[in-house]
Design a binder for this molecule. Structure first.
Ligand code: SAH
Length: 285
């Protein structure tokens, strides 16, 4: 309630109009803030990247707990407000940019001592996938990601084989990171109240990908092909690759994978085995 009033007053005082197109739904539930901070497991040596500072409610909780906070906010008007609100925190750097355009490596280049950052954020949901893919691209300078996502997206990210949410996003993320749910968050924890519920998730970037892959491009293409029609048997999904049927049958037999199962039943390890064998086959032709 308290944060709700503070948010309303701040907006009013600064003549701010909320921008729907920038996904401005501010978190106003202090219990959820506590959980975000707790599950991010921060220490005073940590450097944090926040995406979408909004009114700075999360930023001001992060700043005293870590060495440095970089916070990216696209909305110039909010940036003015943030500069005022956060002026006491000398370790906060506010970056007025589109997160998708920020060169994270360059940002850290100014700080020799910073090797890795932890991402802690209530991101704008309209660009969830681009943000996740960007962060995964920069995985060598990121150790952990603690963030809110739309509940359904969170379910897809953490899903295990056999679950209806298991698919391309689960595999892309779990290939690079250990993913887990920290808590479910109801839509009423935000202002204005969005249509969707949320999930707080933790991703811990793995030192090396979960499985060893001969050719990553081939692997990700295979994943897309297998899940394009997820209800089909994998043997049928592979038709577009035009492998010889007998060769394929032998290969499935060797790998102990049933060609009649659906892709959603395959573990990442099985898809990796399949990918490496198919890749070998393709490059030997
Ligand atoms: N972290 C705040 C705000 C979350 S709302 C809170 O929890 O209350 C999402 C925020 O992301 C908004 O402030 C919005 O202006 C900002 N935003 C939207 N698109 C962005 C982009 N492309 N890059 C950086 N920030 C963005």
């Amino acid at each position: 309630m308290f944060l709700y009033l503070e948010a309303k007053n701040l907006l009013k005082k600064n003549n701010l109009i909320l921008r729907k197109r920038w996904g401005q739904n501010f978190l106003i539930d202090s219990l959820v803030y506590d959980k975000i901070i707790q599950s991010a497991k921060l220490s005073l040596n940590d450097h944090v990247l926040e995406i979408g500072a909004g009114l700075g409610f999360l930023t001001r909780l992060l700043a005293p707990k870590v060495s440095k906070v970089f916070t990216v906010e696209i909305d110039k008007k909010l940036v003015f407000l943030l500069q005022e609100q956060l002026s006491d925190f000398k370790n906060v750097e506010i970056i007025n940019q589109d997160i998708l355009k920020v060169d994270l490596k360059k940002l850290l280049n100014n700080y020799q001592e910073i090797k890795k950052v932890k991402v802690v954020a209530n991101i704008p949901y309209y660009i969830t996938s681009p943000i996740i893919f960007k962060l995964l691209e920069y995985r060598d300078i990121i150790s952990d990601i603690t963030m809110l996502t739309q509940k359904e997206v969170g379910e897809r990210i953490i899903a295990a084989p056999g679950r209806k949410d298991y698919g391309i996003l689960s595999i892309m993320v779990q290939y690079y990171a250990f993913a887990k749910k920290a808590m479910l968050v109801e839509n009423s924890s935000f202002f204005p109240i969005p249509k969707v519920d949320s999930m707080l998730i933790n991703l811990r970037i793995l030192d090396k990908p979960k499985v060893s892959i001969e050719n990553e491009k081939f692997f990700f293409n295979l994943v897309k092909t297998l899940f394009h029609q997820r209800r089909k048997m994998i043997a049928n999904n592979l038709k577009s690759y035009s492998y010889n049927r007998q060769v394929l049958a032998k290969l499935f037999n060797e790998l102990k994978i049933d060609p009649k199962v659906r892709a959603e039943m395959l573990s990442i390890e099985e898809i990796a085995k399949l990918s490496n064998s198919l890749y070998k086959l393709a490059s030997s032709n």
